[in-house]
Ligand binder design. Sequence first.
Ligand code: SMO
Length: 761
Amino acid sequence: MEKFGKSQPAGRREDLRFLTGKGQYVDDIAPAGALHAIFLRSMVAHGEITALDLSAAREMPGVHLVLDAAGLEALGVELGMKGARLKNADGTMGAGPERPVLARDRVRHVGEAVAVIVAETVAQAKDAAEAIVLDIDEAPAILAMTPGSNAIHPEAPCNLAYDWEAGNAATTDAAFAAAAHHVSLEVIHNRIIVNAMEPRGAWADWADGRLHFCVNGQGVWNQKGELARMLNLPREAVRVTNPDVGGGFGMKAMTYPEYVVIAAASRALVRPVRWISERTEGMLTDNAGRDLVAQAELAFDADLKITGYRVNLVSNLGAYNSQFAQPIQSELFSKVLTGVYDIQAAHMRAVGVYTNTTPVDAYRGAGRPEAILTLERVVDEAARVLRADPFDLRSRSFIKSFPYKTVVGELIDVGDFDRVLARAKVEGDVAGFAARQAEARVRGKLRGLGLATYIECILGDATETARLTLDADGGATLYVGTQSNGQGHETVYARMVSEQTGIDLDKVRIIQGDSDAIATGGGTGGSRSVTVQGTATRATVQTVLAAFRDFLSDEWQVAGVEFDGLAFGAPGTNLRLTLAEAAEIARNRGRTDLLDTSRKTTLDGRSFPNGAHIAEVEIDPQTGALTLDRYTVVDDFGTLIAPELAVGQVHGGVAQGFGQAVTEVGVYDAQGQLLTASFMDYAMPRADDLPMFHFATEPVPSIMNPLGMKGCGEAGTVGALGAVSNAVRDALAQAGVDRVDMPFTPLRIWTLLEEAGYDAH
Ligand code: SMO
């Protein structure tokens, strides 16, 4: 383990396939003859369906099936998807309105599916969609993130989904009453449209009383359960597979209305049915990210140690509850509410509001970027207001002894935040910043440095299963319950198995994304995969090796058989067999029990990746254009498995954080029309927007899993939002600007400079 984990570069075995156009994505492998599904979608944000006539569409050429909500129900399909519900602070249950997979009577956001058309070709299905008569009595779009009286759902009369709290209100009030200083800040978290490179898509193939549902998801078992429930099928009658997937980011973890509908259509037609989203369709219907407003307040004692923290959140849920079992901007936010700081007097209140917009759900980091951005913005503001050094101010309040139980009950096992911060200060050449800033000023540029310290918390199921078979060709196959969306899982797991068994790397096969191949799995999300699956894999390999030690003891009639990483041997003998050779003997003896092994393991607790990000931006006051000039990350991911892949995760994560901070925002007009529904209007960050990142680690291995890992998939995004925002705040402070809100587009920055009366000349 050690020798593999620490040093060797990991060329990604999947890259040849991906980079040469040989990836097998869901739309590449649809069964021959599959019919195409197209959805007729609401063109208005809110209203009552007054007419829906499908009859002409049904007569159109090539059309096999046209369904609305009533038609689906007639096929024995459950219309309502499951949403996550939260308890209110007063103990009552929050709202849980039905989300129908095809609109029933009302539409609640632009793009909501109203009917499905299944035809021989996409063009025929689109033509038939034109023949559907749909009248909607339009109601005013509700977009305000304040509870109001014009209800979107009858069961939520004020559009209030929940009013949740965590932490300790009374202790926090007392801390504020006793504090020497208070600093408060409002932080606006702009709405994000995820835009995975590969749009959402799926195909369904009903045959012999069984559904095969292939979808570009983040795991198969949740989908299996949800499809079985909604189609009223026994679980055994549903097989879900995930092929190669081009980016998920939380957005692809969920069941979506289209999936239930095409599965039902395939069952009804006894024909395979396929659907792939178009880009604008995805922008209108993929779960969006973030979209909340946070009011944050910190209390300090006279020594500038944080003594209290209070946050009020108002979250835009969109038209329906999120599906993530723990709502993102409440429970998941609370997991890292107090960040890397020792604050036992903390309280958060989270209000979720319905609007006539696309539902909001998990997006890379799922609650932790929101929590850390809020906290790191207000901590940084405090340093400014209290005239303290932002590094020193943070360090004064760091958690210094472990394990540490946070105010919401999370147990942080290990960490060394001072060591991380000190390293970041060196790696980021903070000492040289003043000179760089002065030099920029000579060029007429405003340069700022921003720091964010962060902690993350791996989420999802702590349990995972691994199944290892020893195959007739001398190789091995590992079946996993996680799902790569491009992260390189195949490479990592194959290396783990090869390293632990001595089997040649190129003879280790990885099977993921097939609910028939192993019984359970938690899928990928919450930075869990390699930590949780790696732990199960390790246990499985240990079980295999132990069984073969016993087998060879019998076979050789010697005691004390050992495995040295490459082969089995016995002391005082020259007996030697590789695992593959031993497996061949087992096979010949009929010992198939030795050739197929599964183990399920559960982590002892969560692990907490953490680190410090330092961003340096330069702003051209003439245009408002921002350049991210330097970017330094020092992370503590515990033990690194395949370091290059972890660094790649950080790069991508930082890019996504930069995107939210600088280029991306989803915008609706007053009628609830999405104005940013194409790449003409929605700006993804590009490679040339970003500098080379400088990355270093200060690992403190987790004690909650035998690998010492902490997870790395979301960490980059969690840290980047605050670092970039604080750098912009710092740069613009020189121009007299005292409040900044993402996204820092040129127009936004230029306007702030104008409003501050800054003379750029
Ligand atoms: S946002 Mo993620 O896939 O937990």
